[in-house]
Design a protein around this ligand. Structure first.
Ligand code: PLP
Length: 392
């Protein structure tokens, strides 16, 4: 099947169980697929745009209502949609960071946070995670203190990942934010792996901003995401334009420069909206996701030599495993080398781990049924046995 000459139809999620860490939470709902088709045309959400002409005011389709609902759902006052979590970091960084300003990240921060800081001229200062790969409030306070001492000024912003992309560990954002607020540092909670996956309440976390990724965790098309702010911070990051043309004297009303006026204008936004009822419901059943994750983990752990590098018990379905002393010993002798693992998984209809990886690799069980989790668990132990590894 082809979409057009040279473009094959993609059937990854139709034909396989996909455990790709970054793809599990972004798979579209059936309603989002319908929305993508209906709103694929450029500027399609603009049919009923009326004064004051801004995306978040449009009521048909119910974009304005969606903005209010997402803000309430995240325990924040104001929300805007953005083309990816990274664009949320960028809008906030551009608001607070000037050349040479220190910004607090962590040793587990995503690269897009670094780029947002770089692009604003800031300097990245990382809170080191502990030996357990957890970022603590104490380490955050220490870093804030160090920044003050060394640069003679306080950090102007902190971006803290609620769940990091490396280990899938859950960090105590509430305690970290509270300690950074003692230095008056605005705190952005990066919910790229949590908003749309598990409950996130920005008020309870005490953060100034919450950012989510539509295509990673909200069953939405790419590029999409949300940037939510408290009322106090909304006026800063969502400030309205003040520029005037010198020839025409034109002004641009209530457009927001940090958002470049309007953001998501078609399939991305309406896809995210169409998935939202299901997404809002699914975060309430995250315990089932963790139970499925445990089924797979206990199978992996029954394979002699396998270690889990993520915190235990798991608080998120993204998990980092070390199979240097199990699957990698097979790879040393196998004719397919390290590719044997992905290849044998593929034969069993499982996709999404990096081909060739047999030492340290990540997987995400999010969104699978319990039957699929059991199937995946059995696949791992079968492959292990079949290749001569001991399984308890
Ligand atoms: C995936 C990811 C991002 C980037 O999200 P986009 O929506 O693609 O911009 C940022 N931070 C973390 C922790 C991520 O895992």
């Amino acid at each position: 099947m082809r979409c057009a000459a040279g473009i094959e139809a993609r059937q990854v999620n139709e034909l396989a169980i996909n455990i790709d860490p970054i793809q599990a939470g972004g798979r579209l709902t059936a309603d989002a697929m319908k929305a993508v088709i209906a709103y694929g045309d450029g500027y399609s959400v603009c049919d009923n745009c009326r004064k004051p002409n801004r995306l978040d005011y449009i009521s048909k389709p119910p974009i304005a209502e969606f903005h209010r609902e997402v803000a309430a759902w995240l325990g924040m006052d104001t929300v805007r949609t953005v083309p990816g979590a990274r664009r949320g970091f960028q809008a906030v960084a551009r608001t607070y960071v000037d050349k040479g300003d220190p910004v607090i990240l962590t040793s587990l921060s995503h690269y897009t946070e670094f780029l947002a800081v770089e692009e604003s001229g800031g300097i990245a200062r990382e809170i080191p995670a502990g030996a357990d790969h957890i970022v603590t409030a104490e380490a955050a306070a220490q870093k804030a203190e160090e920044v003050r001492r060394e640069s003679g000024k306080d950090a102007v912003l902190a971006i803290i990942d609620m769940v990091d992309y490396q280990y899938g560990n859950l960090h105590d954002v509430r305690a970290i934010a509270s300690s950074l607020h003692q230095y008056d540092i605005p705190v952005l909670c990066n919910g790229a792996y949590t908003v749309g996956i598990m409950p996130v309440d920005g008020k309870a976390l005490g953060v100034d901003f919450v950012v989510g990724s539509g295509h990673k965790s909200m069953a939405a098309p790419a590029p999409s995401g949300v940037l939510a702010a408290t009322a106090e911070r909304a006026g800063e990051v969502f400030r309205t334009t003040g520029i005037t043309g010198d020839v025409t004297s034109r002004k641009f009303g209530i457009k927001e420069p940090a958002m470049m006026g309007c953001t998501l204008m078609g399939a991305t936004l309406v896809g995210m909206m169409a998935s939202f009822p299901e997404v809002r419901e699914r975060v309430r059943h995250f315990d089932t996701e963790l139970a499925n994750n445990r089924i797979v983990l206990s199978a992996l752990q029954s394979i002699e030599g396998t270690r889990v590098l993520s915190e235990m018990p798991r608080k998120h379905t993204l998990t980092r495993a070390d199979t240097t002393a199990s699957f990698d010993t097979v790879a040393q002798k196998h004719k397919k080398k390290g590719f044997f693992l992905a290849s044998e998984l593929e034969e069993k209809g499982i996709t999404g781990i990096i081909p060739g990886a047999t030492r340290v690799w990540k997987f995400n069980t999010y969104g699978m049924t319990t039957a699929q989790a059991q199937y995946l668990a059995a696949a791992f132990t079968d492959i292990a046995r079949h290749n001569g590894l001991n399984v308890a």
